[in-house]
Each structure stands twice: as C-alpha cells, then as structure tokens.
Write a protein that binds this ligand. Sequence first.
Ligand code: CAA
Length: 365
Amino acid sequence: MAADFARTELLPGVIERDEKEQFPKEQIRKMAGLGFLGMMVSSRYGGSGMDTLSYVLAMEEISRIDASASVCMSVNNSLVCWGLETYGTEEQKQKYLVPLARGEVLGAFLLSEPEAGSDATSQRTLAEDQGDHYLVNGTKNWITNAGSASVYLVMAQTDPSLGSRGINVLIVEKDSPGVTLGAKEHKMGIRGSDTHSVMFQDVRVPKENRIGENGFGFKFAMQTLAGGRIGIAAQALGIASGAYGLALEYSKQRKAFGKEISRHQAIQFKLADMATRIEAARLLVWKAAWHKDQQMDYGLSGSMAKVFASETAMWVTTEAVQVHGGYGYVKEYHVERLMRDAKITQIYEGTSEVQRIVISRAILK
Ligand code: CAA
C-alpha cells in the first residue's frame, strides 16, 4: 500500500513541491487516512497497531519517492506518538495521542536549539516551576513540522544546577499564548518539509502536561531518539533505493559508445556496489527494527543502521547522479533531488558523528 501510494499520490508534483518549498498537506491528509501517521500506536489509541518492521518497510517505500513526506511521517510516528504512548499518562494519551495517531493533528519534537544541536544537554530554554504550571522561555531551532503541527513536545531546563537531570519534557499546544513561529527555513533538501524555529515567551504550561517524573526530559529525548533513528535509517534506505532504481532503469536506456551504458563495466560496477551497500543497509535497518519489536536493546543497532544507511544514501545518490551524467544534474530526472535529500539523513536525529559516539560507547562498555 505504501509503494502504491507513493507512486500514485506522491510522485505527481514532487519536483514542483521541492522547487516551491511546498508542504505536501493534501498528501499527508491522505496518508493519515491510510493509517501511516500512527502506524505503531495500538488501535486502542487510534493507531494502526503494527510493528516497527512494518513501519520501516512503509518508510522505505514512501522515502523512495518523497522524503519531505516521509520525515513528517517519521517525526509523528517515532518521536511524538511513540513517546506519548510509552511514557504519557492515560489523560495525555486520550487528549493528545488519539488525534495524533489518527493523523487529525500533527506533532513536532522540540529538542534542538541555536546552541544545542549535538550537545543536546546544553538546553537554554527554561521551564520555570511555578507551582501548578511551568513558565517556558526560549528558542528552538530546525523544528520539523513546526508550522503544521499543533502538538509540540518541548524539552526545557527546569533546574540548570542538575544538568541533564534538570530537563523536563512538556506537551505544549502551538496556539498557547506566547508561542511564535519563526520564518520557514530555506533548505538544501527535503524542501517540502515544514521547518521553522519556534520562540516561547512566558508560555504557561500546566503541570499535567509534563511527561514522566520531574527531570525525565533528557532520558525521554534519548529513548525516543533511539527509535527515531531507526525511522530515519529507513528514510535514508528509501532515498538510496529510489536513486538506485532510477540509475538502473536509465542505464538500460541510455546509449554511449554504441551500446547501452549498462553494458559498460564502469557502470556495471557502480550498480553492483549500489545494490550491495543498499542490501547491507536494509539488513541493518530490519535488524534494529526487529530488536525493538522483540523488546531487546536497540540503541546500538539503531545507531549502526542510521550511520550506515545515511552514508549509503549519500554515496548511492551521488553515484546515481554520475550514472545519469548531465541529465542527473537537472531536476526532471529526480536523482539530483534525492542527492540533496540524502544529506540531511547524516545530520538530523543525531549526526553521523553522534551515532559514532553512541556506537563506540556501547562497544567499549
Ligand atoms: N537512554 C536513556 N538515557 C540515556 C540515553 C539513552 N539512550 N543516552 C543517554 N542517557 C542518559 C545518560 O545515562 C545520562 O543520565 P545520568 O546522568 O542519569 O547518568 C544522561 O542521559 C546524559 O547522558 P550523557 O552523559 O551520555 O550525555 P552527553 O552530553 O555525553 O550526550 C549524546 C550524549 C549521545 C551526544 C546526546 O547528547 C545526543 O544524542 N545528541 C544528539 C541529539 C540529537 O539526536 N538531536 C536530534 C534533534 S531531533 C531531530 O532531529 C528531529 C527532527 O526534527 C527530524
């Protein structure tokens, strides 16, 4: 269903949406109707009740065609719905998770700040404890879905003297007084996705909107991101397999030196390496998803999947442009967009360097 949907609903207009930086609003609405926005949420809370393996299969197919749509899907599923279902109270689930899982509203995950990207414990956004509510002040940067979402999960520091143990995670409704949206970011890739900074000025957030115990916010972010990284790994895999499929087809049609370029060994070897790296990435992604489904530790396998799949995506898309030659450098052939889209998978939800920190810490422990 994901593959059919991507071909019939996402492919038409994908180049134009990228050029105009247009959020695929209508397409996301249809994805919600098909259950793609709350795939792993139990049916009790309005989700599709599927496992992580099903989710990464769908993510790969959607990302083969439109990574701007798949990042919206990924954030809503892995960062927002999963965090709420796993750690939220029953009241929070009824009020926020149900409409999010049904895709009636979208969610966003607000961790990054102008000076806290990889160094995520250095939160400057403050959530001052005022008894029955928190008063939130600060700025968040590069927030996916910020303009389209109405439910924000916001990480903010309540007690700086406690470092990462002083951070809380709060559910903030976007239309709360004091929340303002910064200008839309003009990005290299995933240009259809909706990325803004968000400013908070004296925003009152009731205590019942805190997820987990006081000071649980950083652990919440890390646990949630561990699963999110599997989703982004699947996105990177999809971008790579999309570009490989286009290069394969093109190589069978384009002729040079009297024969199809697929009959030249220079091209054959590129295709062989693309196929091999993609298969390796796919197995890492599936393994991490399976670990999560089996309630095994998936921090290490998720980071391995993410770093390998995102570096594969960058390499494969660059080679796919090369196979296309001059045609690969123009928009009509899709591979230049996939190459621009691939880059972000090495940056968001933990850069490749952050994944290597997580991996090396785990293997040296
Ligand atoms: N699960 C639970 N707790 C964890 C954890 C995990 N996976 N990882 C760390 N922690 C805990 C630690 O145990 C520690 O707790 P204690 O003090 O109680 O022992 C606490 O968190 C602090 O951990 P570290 O000392 O390891 O922190 P650090 O400063 O060394 O940072 C890091 C570690 C891995 C670099 C982390 O900061 C990190 O992952 N940074 C990247 C952040 C990131 O991925 N941002 C993405 C933004 S969201 C996004 O991109 C979404 C989007 O819109 C697409």
